[in-house]
Design a protein around this ligand. Structure first.
Ligand code: SF4
Length: 478
């Protein structure tokens, strides 16, 4: 006999009504969200409305809304409108919220008004991970990644972009005016409807040009020569591919080497990572609760000042040097061919001559020492060294810090692979969760709240994978 698996009859009543709890298995991650939020002291964390008001309409408890958001970020439902819909049809959410279904405005306002408290919840979970000894022996990898803002690329302007846009509009007006001229010369070839459409178009474009011209003083007044109209804090940031700049934020994370947990994060709107190393490393060390820290980062973080700041804070930085000189490409010796002799404060050049220290200068706030040998004019291999009279070697006053870092890097060739494996994991996961979408909120502080929710969801999911559900619940209750 041929047959299919049969579903239940919708109109069939059941003898023993099923409980909501029966739909949620013991191994359902939603149970972790429930325990986690229930164990938090929301008033101490600074959530608004943790104590009920004596008068007025009762409000939703912040625990309900926090559970809703954590569940949403764990399940790729970040939008308040979608969360509202899910509360009405998703059994897990009905269980989690006790069948409460706040409207999207209430949900959105909760995220907007409790940014600082939500960030503290994210830090609190990192603290739980620390107490459970989920972090390695104080080694983190730092990296930055660009995330799109709610601001469309066409609504971000720099002086160059503005001029190009105005020129484009001017050209369009010119084309329309030519068409009007043709209509004047031979009215039979252009219909009246078309003429009126063109006139309308010209009026719209001219009004647009007038609006755009008003942006010029704003761009001039901005600190970095650009403005964004939808999200004023978003910035046009170059990415590695040519012509692939995005308008968004540069998110920094410090990821623990052992379990790939994000121990610290920061949302910035800088187009580079050069100034982030020390601050991120200090944040990561505080989060891990260690007195020491080794930090791995890529060349984008190489900055003498930042590496020195790490060293002075007791943090060991491992950052490969950036190659700024193009001497090697020109077939000339580069700085690596000159060996510094600390005992005499001299360099030994490829011709075994001593380059002595000549004078000191200050460039971009760095004190630099200049060295060169007296033997350059008579050197037999000068053509491979310099096109000038003398080959000058520049040394930063604190370059010993860079030298010892390079020695450490040379002893650990596996560092680059380790760094990649560590930081790429969370970014790949976060970006696949976010999909092709962008941050949903505007301004850096609110985007920071969104990122904290992403990081909390990532860390929660990771810990559930590492410890298992029951042990994660135990860790929260301990
Ligand atoms: S040109 Fe000067 S610095 Fe270069 S190898 Fe010769 S002596 Fe040394």
């Amino acid at each position: 006999m041929k047959r299919f698996i049969e579903g239940e009859d919708r109109s069939q009543s059941v003898l023993f009504p099923e409980r909501l709890d029966d739909y949620i298995g013991e191994d359902n991650p939603v149970r972790v969200v429930d325990v986690f939020v229930d164990e938090l002291d929301l008033a101490t964390l600074g959530f608004e409305g943790a104590a009920p008001e004596a008068t007025g309409r009762p409000a939703y408890h912040p625990a309900t809304l926090l559970k809703l958001y954590i569940y949403g970020y764990l399940n790729r439902i970040q939008s308040s409108r979608r969360l509202e819909r899910e509360t009405q049809r998703n059994v897990e959410l009905m269980w989690l919220t006790g069948r409460l279904a706040p409207d999207f405005k209430t949900i959105a306002d909760f995220r907007k008004d409790n940014g600082a408290a939500i960030k503290k919840v994210c830090s609190h979970f990192i603290g739980l991970c620390r107490e459970t000894k989920l972090f390695s022996e104080a080694v983190v990898a730092i990296d930055g990644s660009k995330f799109k803002a709610v601001n469309n690329t066409d609504r971000n302007f720099s002086e160059r972009k503005l001029k190009a846009r105005l020129a484009q509009l001017e050209e369009s007006v010119g084309r329309y005016l030519e068409e009007l001229d043709r209509a004047d010369r031979d009215p039979t070839r252009v219909t009246d409807a078309r003429v009126s459409h063109i006139k309308n178009k010209i009026t719209i474009i001219r009004a647009r040009m007038k609006d755009l011209a008003l942006l010029e003083p704003q761009i001039e007044a901005s600190t970095d020569g650009q403005i964004s109209l939808t999200d004023p804090d978003a910035r046009c940031i170059a990415t590695s591919g040519k012509g692939t700049a995005i308008v968004g934020y540069n998110v920094q994370t410090a990821v623990d080497l052992k379990n790939h947990l994000i121990v610290a994060h920061e949302v910035t709107n800088l187009g580079h990572d050069r100034t982030q190393l020390a601050s991120m490393a200090i944040k990561a060390r505080e989060a891990i609760g260690s007195t020491e820290l080794t930090v791995l980062a890529d060349r984008g973080y190489f900055s003498g000042k930042e590496i020195l700041a790490c060293e002075q804070s007791g943090i060991t930085a491992l950052v490969p040097k950036t190659m700024t000189s193009n001497n090697r490409a020109k077939g000339l010796f580069d700085k690596r061919d000159f060996h510094y002799v600390p005992e005499t404060d001299e360099y030994e050049c490829p011709a075994k001559q001593r380059a002595i220290r000549r004078f000191e200068t200050v460039e971009k706030g760095l004190v630099l020492h200049k060295y060169w040998p007296s033997a350059c004019p008579r050197c037999p291999i000068k053509s491979r060294c310099t096109t000038g009279e003398y080959r000058r070697i520049t040394r930063w006053e604190s370059e010993a810090v860079i030298d010892s870092m390079q020695e450490r890097l040379d002893r650990m060739p596996e560092i680059a692979r380790l760094r990649r494996q560590t930081v790429e994991h969370p970014y790949a996961t976060l970006k696949s969760w976010m999909g092709a979408t962008h941050f949903l909120t505007r301004t850096i502080s609110k985007v920071g709240t969104e990122m904290s929710l992403h990081v909390l969801a990532y860390n929660l999911k990771r810990v559930m994978q590492i410890l298992g559900l029951q042990q994660t619940i135990q860790m929260m209750k301990a």
